[in-house]
Design a protein. Structure first.
Length: 173
């Protein structure tokens, strides 16, 4: 049985929701899946495959994701590995692939890690779930990028078929 580690870094929970969906799908393929936050990762040596999902917060992946990769990059490169990024920018067709998403490109450059499999998924926009400062910052960014600005907006931009296809690709790796 393949042992798969699925790590996540999430702020408002959408990345974890995506990871839970992928974990279930990988289990259906007979994989033994361990799901954990990046900060609580178990020993990587005990796994055959490692998949990391991370959300964007104020235009960046969280520092602990980069720290984790720097610490474990050599081992990550010896195993089947993947990375996916979750952001509101990925709601746009011109920015929803690893090659076209500016956050994924910045991640690859800054981390120096080249995962074998990569994906980019749209996140969840829930103004009521944010504090006042974040709500106003995100509304301003949405206004600039021609996204929804109504403070009552709650919309999920995650393409679940794309999530499923990526999980299938990872299962086959």
């Amino acid at each position: 049985m393949t042992k798969t580690l699925l790590l996540y870094s999430t702020v408002h929970g959408q990345t974890l929701k995506i990871c839970n969906t992928m974990a279930e799908q990988l289990r259906q393929h007979g994989e033994q899946v361990t799901l954990a936050p990046v900060a609580e990762a178990p020993a990587l040596e005990n796994f055959d495959k490692i998949l990391i999902g991370a959300s964007i917060r104020h235009g960046k992946h969280r520092t602990n994701v980069y720290d984790f990769i720097r610490e474990h990059q050599t081992l990550l490169e010896t195993k089947v590995s993947g990375f996916f990024s979750v952001s509101l920018v990925a709601r746009k067709p011109a920015k929803n692939t690893p090659e076209t998403n500016p956050y994924m490109q910045a991640f690859l450059e800054k981390s120096g890690w080249k995962p074998q499999l990569m994906a980019v998924f749209g996140g969840n926009l829930n103004y009521q779930g944010y504090g006042a400062m974040d709500r106003n910052i995100i509304r301003f960014i949405m206004w600039i990028t021609k996204g929804p600005t109504d403070p009552n907006t709650c919309v999920e931009f995650t393409d679940w078929q794309k999530v499923s296809a990526f999980a299938e690709q990872f299962a086959a790796a």
